[in-house]
Design a protein around this ligand. Structure first.
Ligand code: HEC
Length: 164
């Protein structure tokens, strides 16, 4: 192996290793991070949210989505919407219907290739879909944005007219 190639390998090892460490640390620090002055919060207590969060892990939601500032892997780059704060623009019924849909893209059209799109969770037990829907509805974003920004974001995301 030539010297240049060795150098490249070492740089790659550092980058990949660093990324893996960041991921692990990121996962351990999730709970602590939550209490910081971040704009996202849940109206549920951490204990109440635990069951739903475990279900979301089991169903690999974080393979594609960010939640509490982390996803499953920084190698995974699916441009799925962040779930932080999502309950500020949609409610529990919407989430339940969405998770229960055989074809979620009939509710929310996709811009992505099939393999990256939101999968159907219609086959999960009803109680699990409800639990996750309630949790998603509890994820809020702080009301510290300009009214104009909130209005623009809401209308862009929902296509509906914003009423404060
Ligand atoms: C394979 C990647 C993938 C997985 C796994 C996945 N999602 Fe999604 N999700 C997406 C994408 C992409 C979208 C945007 C719509 C689309 O392109 O189909 C989306 C949309 C959503 C939305 C609507 C967001 C909005 O803007 O209103 C919610 C809520 C959601 N997902 C929750 C979940 C939950 C909960 C799970 C786990 C049970 C999950 N997703 C698993 C990719 C994924």
């Amino acid at each position: 192996m030539r010297r240049g190639e060795k150098g490249i390998l070492i740089v790659m090892a550092v980058v990949v290793g660093g990324a893996m460490i960041k991921n692990v640390i990121g996962d351990f620090s999730v709970n602590k991070e939550r209490d910081r002055e971040i704009p996202f919060y849940s109206t549920m207590s951490q204990d109440e949210g635990q069951k739903a969060l475990r279900m979301m892990d089991e169903n690999h939601c974080k393979d594609c989505h960010y939640l509490w500032g982390t996803n499953a892997s920084i190698m995974q780059n699916v441009p799925a919407p962040r779930l932080d704060g999502i309950g500020s623009i949609r409610d529990g019924k919407w989430f339940y219907d969405y998770l229960s849909a055989k074809n979620p893209q009939s509710i929310l059209p996709s811009r992505l290739k099939k393999e990256f799109q939101m999968p159907s969770y219609a086959n999960l037990p009803e109680a699990d879909r409800r639990e996750m829907a309630n949790y998603l509805a509890s994820l809020k974003v702080k009301n510290w944005y300009l009214t104009e920004t909130r209005k623009d974001e809401f209308e862009k995301l929902t296509g509906k007219t914003y009423q404060p």
